[in-house]
Design a protein around this ligand. Structure first.
Ligand code: AMP
Ligand code: MG
Length: 412
């Protein structure tokens, strides 16, 4: 049986960044930029005052002139049409364009105002050319690359796109992910379950985790454990970049998912890994047209997750989330585990490495993980009360309180 590192590597060999596509900048936060973005004009577009004060010609002050006539007031948003003559100055506000003839701004606190509409510079004040002025094009010149290809767009970068007038931009798009819950025992969450039925909570676990990882989830109706119903649902699920099926991948009589996927042309890559919870994980690929030399169909990664809700969470974090990030062009790395201190001793009697839900708290200068009480991989509530999972090596293994452990966070 594969261990989870090997399984991760096998998943990654099938993950390539999606083809770039154009999106509105409102949809681009967190995405990888797929083009060089150029400035459409100089920024700032004019010589700009950085303080409230008086715009003047520093050379005149350098030659000894101290008194200036105030001939105009320039506010931000107005372009001055009249320049300065020798001996003149303009009252100017922060962000306003300098008038012709001025090369510097003196802060208003630093001059004396004298009657009428005149200012006087203190005899010892030196005025430097360019002081308190941001020259045109200092941030970026028209035509220069303002944001480079492959940059991951943060909030400031979305603002920069807006500042150069871009409403749309080429990015690596978000993968579309379809979810097919399977199981004869399932009912939708707004139904009253019968005596042998349970509500379809997995769909909601997955929808949330997919959104958090930057994918676009779409939940399909519950599929029954019969070959016909399953084949219809799974083939609808293949209209996606990633198909996630839950349930039906163990070794039971009703576990028809692997065979049904195979009948739809999905090639199995692996089935079952050394991991608790999450052992029955199934992974396969439906190849693209180029790979098969056939009619145009897109490549689909298919994850068959066991139905147990906590297995769903652990398998998602370890395998599906990295696949989403890889399709988005962001990372092909395994999920980062943190190192934390164990608050209570834990034991793993299973030979498989085990993930145990735990809560984090600050103890002295370190984060300590305390296992929450839970009833195993069916117990979603245990995970709901946890910050993530402690990884306990394959057993029999006992970790003492105070030892360092790897911790898989549930929230990013
Ligand atoms: P399976 O992998 O199909 O054998 O299911 C394992 C366990 O997970 C069973 O107890 C199922 O009832 C439960 N289960 C399966 N699918 C879901 C689902 N969509 N939501 C909640 N629990 C589920
Ligand atoms: Mg089932």
């Amino acid at each position: 049986m594969l261990n989870s590192d090997e399984a991760f590597r096998q998943v990654m060999t099938w993950c390539q960044a999606l083809q770039p596509a154009e999106r509105s900048i409102e949809e681009a936060l967190g995405a990888i930029l797929a083009e060089d973005v150029l400035a459409d004009q100089d920024l700032p577009p004019f010589d700009k005052a950085l303080v409230d004060g008086y715009a003047l010609n520093s050379e005149e002050a350098g030659l000894g002139l101290r008194d200036f006539q105030v001939t105009q007031t320039i506010r931000a948003g107005r372009f001055p049409t009249i320049g300065l003559e020798p001996g003149q100055t303009a009252r100017i506000m922060t962000g306003a364009p300098l008038p012709m003839g001025a090369d510097s701004v003196v802060m208003w606190e630093q001059v004396e105002t004298i009657p009428t509409e005149q200012i006087r510079l203190p005899f010892d004040r030196h005025i430097k050319a360019g002081q308190n002025v941001l020259p045109r094009g200092r941030e970026i010149a028209s035509g220069e690359v303002i944001l480079p290809k492959l940059l991951r767009l943060n909030g400031a970068a979305i603002g920069v796109l807006g500042s150069v007038g871009r409403t749309r931009v080429r990015i690596v798009p978000q993968p579309r992910i379809r979810i097919v819950p399977t199981g004869d025992e399932l009912v939708e969450i707004d139904q009253q379950p019968g005596p042998a039925q349970i509500r379809n909570s997995n769909a909601y676990v997955l929808r949330s985790l997919i959104e958090q990882a930057g994918g676009l989830p779409e939940v399909l109706p519950i599929a029954k454990d019969d070959p016909q119903s399953l084949a219809e649902s799974l083939s609808a699920g293949l209209y996606s970049d990633i198909l996630i099926v839950t349930g039906g991948v163990s070794a039971g009589e009703a576990d028809l998912v692997p065979d049904t996927l195979a009948s739809l042309g999905v090639e199995p890559v692996f089935h079952k890994i050394r991991l608790k919870p999450g052992k029955p994980l199934w992974f396969g690929v439906r190849h693209s047209a180029e790979e098969l030399g056939q009619k145009p169909i897109r490549k689909v990664l298919v994850f068959g997750l066991p139905g147990n809700p906590v297995s769903v969470v652990v398998n998602f974090l370890l395998f599906v989330k990295p696949a989403i990030l890889a399709l988005r062009g962001i990372s092909t790395e395994p999920v980062a585990h943190r190192t934390v201190t164990l608050a209570d001793a834990v034991e793993n009697r299973d030979e498989r490495p085990s993930y145990i839900p735990a809560r984090l708290s600050r103890r002295h200068d370190r984060m300590a993980a305390e296992p929450v009480s839970w009833a195993g991989s069916n117990d979603l509530r245990g995970a709901a009360l946890a910050d993530g999972f402690i990884l306990v090596p394959g057993g029999p293994c006992r970790l003492a309180a105070g030892s360092n452990v790897s911790f898989l966070p549930l929230l990013p």
